[in-house]
Structures are given as structure tokens and as C-alpha cells.
Design a protein around this ligand. Structure first.
Ligand code: FAD
Length: 304
């Protein structure tokens, strides 16, 4: 790809402050690792987004969509091509009765607070997940017995031709930590979620309980991407890792969290390679001990 040409063409579509050359991805993901993206762009309207897509398709440039970067591990060589970030540039939402229309880049935590004020229940599980609506739909994010599948009514998406498509809950093909977005190039623009009228104090108490459980059990003071591995059927990844004697295992800047074995954390100066090497050790040890091959929940992207 002709980086300079693509960069200058993008400047004709979005404002200068929203296109970055050689942007360090560690600034954009919660693991705080990763080399540079050739270009990172933040369109601020659907029209800009469709023009960006049309340009990069025409020029056959690879691209990656990111939200809040809380489920990503970008390798040290960074990302070739264009990263399109859909975060605070697409973060509006409106509440109408029991329906909430949310733009893809809105943070679940922010939306959760507004939903509480409107005394709507059903979103409590999502309020503590540190991602955007788009990332949560891609991952069918879930916690404490709830998942996005339970509350989504319909989703507006953009396809690679710039067309707008609307999919129902069933058409989103939600499964454990995946959706239709795992096998297509659709970009989430917004979604309608459907909640129920509830009681303010009860909703608040449930949210506080979930927050308390996170604070007590999760290593929130260290960079991570949440649960590193998916839950194998009939097991918990964290328990298998703990029972393999790996609590606190440290490899250069990476560690199996002392607090919660399901989290691999960055002790501060980890490289992506440290995290990946440690994840490899964890997977092989658990497999040797229990015959179960853990599968990453975190998405590993980029070049070595
Ligand atoms: P990103 O990490 O930026 O991207 C994730 C995936 O979504 C990528 O494949 C990306 O391409 C895709 N994507 C993002 N936006 C769009 C869009 N607009 N259109 C199409 N695709 C898009 N997850 C849980 O499920 N439950 C938890 O309880 C939980 N707890 C966590 C706790 C901590 C401390 C951390 C760091 C993470 C946790 N996670 C949890 C993981 C993560 O927060 C979720 O997976 C979240 O939904 C990811 O959202 P994001 O905006 O950060 O997406």
C-alpha cells in the first residue's frame, strides 16, 4: 500500500486530528501492548465511514475495525493497513420508553448509568464491561448470567459496499462470545436494545453487586483484556489454570494474575510477545494436565 497516498486521501474525508500515521496501538488497547498501525482513522459520521470504506476497498488496503480495544492483543510488529476506530466518534444514544437506541462507539458503562436513571432493567450485566456497543455485539459480551443476545432487538450495520443493513436478533447469530460479525465484514453502526421497566433501587443494588464482584475478584489495576481464554464446556478456564499450579506464573513482563488465574496481565512493560509466550505455556500446561486445549477469547491481531 502507498501509505502517503492513502493518508492524504483520508485527509480529504476526515479532519486532520482524526487520521494518524504510524499510530502506536498500545494507546488504543487495554492490554497496552502492540506496535504501530500504518494508519488509524476515526470517521465521525456514517457518510465519512462509507467513504473511508470505499477508498480502502478501491485501493485494496487491509483494514481492521476496533472499538475500545478491550478484547484485543495487537502484536509488536503492529498492523499493516488501516485501523478504523469506532469509539467516542459514534457515542450517542437515546432512550424511548423501554427501547434504547445506541451508537456503536458508546461505552456500555456510560449507557448503563443513563439506563439506571430511567429505571430500566436488563442491562445491569453489561454496565461493568469496559467496551463499546459494537465490540459487545461482535463478542456477544456477557457477564453474571446475562449476554447481549438477551437484550438486542435489531442492529444497523454497514456492509463493505457502504450499504446499510438491518438485522434482527436471530440474524445476528449470537453464540457464546461470537456473532455474525465473527464471520463477516459488517460494521456495527447502532442497535436498538429492549429492556423492562424496573425499580431504581433494585437495579442500582444489582449493578453495585456486580461492580463489587469485579473489584474483589479481577486484577483491575493491571492492563489486561479481561478473561484471556474462553470457558471450555463444563469447566472454568481460571480454575483449570489454577489447578495446573500456574497462579502468578511470570514470564518477563507478563503474568498469570495472582488475583484471578483467568486473566493474563501486563505487569507494566510487557511486549505482546511476552503475553503470547505466557499464553502458550498456560495452554500447553493445562492441556498436558487435563487434556483440554484452551482457546483464546482475546483476539490476537497484527504482525510479529
Ligand atoms: P474491541 O476490543 O475493540 O474489539 C473486539 C471485537 O469487536 C473485534 O473483533 C472488533 O473488530 C469488533 N468490533 C468492535 N467494534 C465494532 C464495530 N463497530 N463493528 C464491527 N465490529 C466491531 N467481556 C465480556 O464478555 N464479559 C466481561 O465481563 C468482560 N470483562 C472484562 C473486564 C476487563 C477488565 C477487560 C479489560 C475486558 C473485559 N471483557 C469482558 C472483554 C471486553 O471488554 C469485551 O469483549 C468488549 O465487548 C469488547 O468491546 P470493545 O469495544 O473494547 O471491542
Amino acid at each position: 500500500m502507498n501509505k502517503k497516498y492513502i493518508y492524504e486521501s483520508l485527509l480529504n474525508i476526515v479532519d486532520k486530528e482524526n487520521v494518524k500515521l504510524d499510530e502506536p496501538m498500545k494507546k488504543h488497547i487495554s492490554f497496552r501492548v502492540g506496535g504501530p498501525a500504518d494508519i488509524l482513522v476515526k470517521p465521525t459520521t456514517e457518510k465519512q465511514l462509507s467513504e473511508v470504506i470505499s477508498l480502502i476497498k478501491k485501493e485494496s488496503v487491509p483494514y481492521l475495525i476496533i472499538g475500545n480495544g478491550s478484547n484485543l492483543l495487537i502484536k509488536d510488529g503492529g498492523i499493516r493497513g488501516v485501523v478504523i476506530e469506532i469509539s467516542n466518534n459514534f457515542n450517542k444514544f437515546e432512550i424511548e420508553g423501554t427501547t434504547v437506541r445506541i451508537q456503536a462507539g458508546a461505552l456500555l458503562s456510560v449507557v448503563g448509568k443513563a439506563i439506571l436513571k430511567e429505571e430500566l432493567k436488563g442491562f445491569e450485566f453489561a454496565s461493568g464491561i469496559p467496551g463499546t456497543l459494537g465490540g459487545a455485539l461482535a463478542m456477544n459480551a456477557g457477564a453474571y448470567g446475562g449476554e447481549m443476545k438477551d437484550i438486542v432487538k435489531s442492529v444497523r450495520l454497514m456492509d463493505t459496499e457502504g450499504n446499510i443493513v438491518e438485522l434482527t436478533n436471530e440474524q445476528m447469530e449470537f453464540e457464546y462470545r461470537k456473532s455474525i460479525l465473527s464471520r463477516t465484514d459488517y460494521i456495527v453502526l447502532s442497535a436498538d436494545i429492549e429492556l423492562k421497566k424496573g425499580n431504581y433501587d433494585e437495579i442500582k443494588a444489582t449493578m453495585a453487586d456486580f461492580t463489587q464482584r469485579r473489584v474483589t475478584k479481577q486484577p483491575l489495576s493491571l492492563p489486561s483484556a479481561g478473561s484471556t481464554f474462553k470457558r471450555p464446556v463444563g469447566h472454568f478456564a481460571g480454575k483449570l489454570i489454577e489447578d495446573s499450579g500456574l497462579r502468578g506464573l511470570t514470564l518477563r513482563g507478563a503474568q498469570v494474575s495472582e488475583k484471578h488465574c483467568g486473566f493474563v496481565v501486563n505487569l507494566g512493560n510487557a511486549k505482546a510477545k511476552d503475553l503470547l509466550d505466557l499464553m502458550y505455556v498456560v495452554k500447553s500446561t493445562v492441556n498436558a494436565k487435563f487434556g483440554i486445549m484452551l482457546e483464546e477469547e482475546v483476539k490476537i491481531l497484527g504482525e510479529d
